[in-house]
Design a protein around this ligand. Sequence first.
Ligand code: C2R
Length: 183
Amino acid sequence: MASTNDPGAAPAVAAGTKVAIVMGSDSDLPIMQKCLDTLREFGVPAAIHVMSAHRSPRAVAEYATRAAERGLEVLICAAGGAAHLAGVVAAHTALPVLGVPMPSKYLSGKDSLYSTVQMPAGIPVATFAIGEPGAANAGLFAVQILARNDARLRAKLAAHKEKLAQGVRDKDAALQAAAKKHA
Ligand code: C2R
């Protein structure tokens, strides 16, 4: 039976938006800001919504079911605790679903990790690290998926890797200089 406070109306998707972030609660936003920042760095626009498989199940089912026809290509789901959101989204779409386990108060995010990663065979959720590293990497992975058909994104990814390597070289050079000073 339809619940009156969960009418299941899926929000529209702006033209050209290929990535959506769905969070179980607005309390997940401080962590998922890293994901937004990463996507922004690559110039990839993303829709972002609060929707819960537990608290607004019809809205989640509707959004996931219609995601592909609305032009979305990657869905990133963030949830904490009994984190069923990514799995439920994946149950309703053939689009790639990336799951980001949120840190949780009582079990430090292990509950979120296990409930996101331990999907039954047949419904994959690509699961990332707990918290901010996972949020950033999910954004990056979404960019990598889109880059398969986008040379501009491939060039940006190459520049990103070079920047990482340069950062390591800089740190090593600083370490060698400090060691020389104290020799
Ligand atoms: P509140 O801060 O709103 O109480 O939420 C959210 O992702 C959040 O991390 C606490 C935590 O509950 C999570 N939540 C889920 C789902 N919906 C909300 N795991 C879901 O559908 O899986």
